[in-house]
Design a protein around this ligand. Structure first.
Ligand code: PEP
Length: 250
C-alpha cells in the first residue's frame, strides 16, 4: 500500500485572537482540498475543543505537546488521557522549539511518545539537526540518535501510530528551505535506519514528512521526492497558501 500523503499545520503560539483563527479556518473550510491527503492542524491547545465544532471533517486536530502522565500535580501540562477524552487524535512531540527552548531531551521525548501511543494518540515525532551539525557532517547521526531513544521504548506495532517529521533546525522559520535533494537524502537515511533498527515493514510504511520553511512555491518540487511523504508547516500554515501546500501534488 502506498503511504498516504500527510500535511500538518503547526500554528505554534498563533494566532492571538479567535477572530484571526476564524479567518484561517474559514479559508480551509471553503477550499478545494486534495481528498487523498491526510490533513492535520495543530492550533494552541485552548482552541482545540471549540475548533472541533467548526472545522470541516477532513481536517483532524492535533495538540502541539503533551506530558507523559495521565493526571496529577503537573501545572501547565496536558495529558494524553485528556486529549483522548476530548477526541483529539494527534499530538506533535519533539519539536525543535521544545527541545531547544524547553530543554526536552530525546529520552523525555521518547517517554512522552510512548505514553501518547499507549493512550491511543497518533504522534507527529519531530527530529532534525542544527546548522553546525549539518556543516560538520553529523546530520544522519544526530537524527538517528534522536530516533534511537524512541526505538528503545516502542514496540514494532507502535510505529503504525507515528509520523516522523524531519525538520532541520536551520530551516525552521528561517526562510531557508532544504533543497529537494537534501530532504530526500535525509528521509532515505531515516528509512534505512528504521529498516535495521525496527523492521523493513516499519521503514516502508512509516510516513516521513519534511518541515522547515515550506511554502506554496517550494512544496511542489519537494513533494516529488520518493521518500518525502508530506509536510509539517509552521508559518505558511497560517496563510491561504497552506491550501496550495496541501494540494502540492496536484
Ligand atoms: C515548524 O515549526 O514545524 C516549521 C516547520 O515551521 P516553518 O514552516 O515556519 O519553518
Amino acid at each position: 500500500m502506498p503511504r498516504q500523503f500527510f500535511v500538518g499545520g503547526n500554528f505554534k503560539m498563533n494566532p492571538t485572537s479567535s477572530g484571526q483563527l476564524g479567518s484561517i479556518i474559514s479559508v480551509l473550510n471553503s477550499a478545494d482540498l486534495d481528498g487523498t491527503t491526510g490533513i492535520v492542524i495543530a492550533p494552541p491547545s485552548l482552541y482545540l475543543i471549540p475548533l472541533k465544532a467548526t472545522v470541516r471533517s477532513e481536517l483532524q486536530l492535533s495538540a502541539q505537546n503533551c506530558y507523559y502522565k495521565d493526571s496529577g500535580a503537573f501545572t501547565g501540562e496536558l495529558s494524553p488521557a485528556q486529549l483522548v477524552d476530548a477526541n483529539i487524535p494527534y499530538v506533535i512531540l519533539g519539536h525543535s522549539e521544545r527541545r531547544t527552548l524547553f530543554h526536552e531531551t530525546s529520552e523525555f521525548v521518547a517517554q512522552k511518545t510512548k505514553a501518547a501511543l499507549n493512550a491511543t494518540l497518533k504522534v507527529i515525532l519531530c527530529v532534525g539537526e542544527t546548522l553546525p551539525e549539518r556543516e560538520t557532517g553529523q546530520t544522519a547521526a544526530v537524527v538517528q540518535n534522536q530516533l534511537q531513544a524512541v526505538v528503545d521504548v516502542l514496540q514494532e506495532s507502535d510505529w503504525s501510530g507515528v509520523v516522523i517529521a524531519y525538520e532541520p533546525v536551520w530551516a525552521i522559520g528561517t526562510g531557508r528551505v532544504a533543497t529537494s535533494a537534501q530532504a530526500q537524502q535525509a528521509h532515505l537515511d531515516i528509512r534505512t535506519f528504521l529498516t535495521q533498527a525496527v523492521s523493513p515493514a516499519v521503514a516502508e510504511n512509516t510516513r516521513i514528512i519534511y518541515g522547515g520553511s515550506v511554502t506554496a512555491a517550494n512544496s511542489k518540487d519537494l513533494s516529488t521526492q520518493s521518500d518525502v511523504d508530506g509536510f509539517l508547516v509552521g508559518g505558511a500554515s497560517l496563510k491561504p497558501e497552506f491550501v496550495n501546500i496541501i494540494n502540492a501534488r496536484n
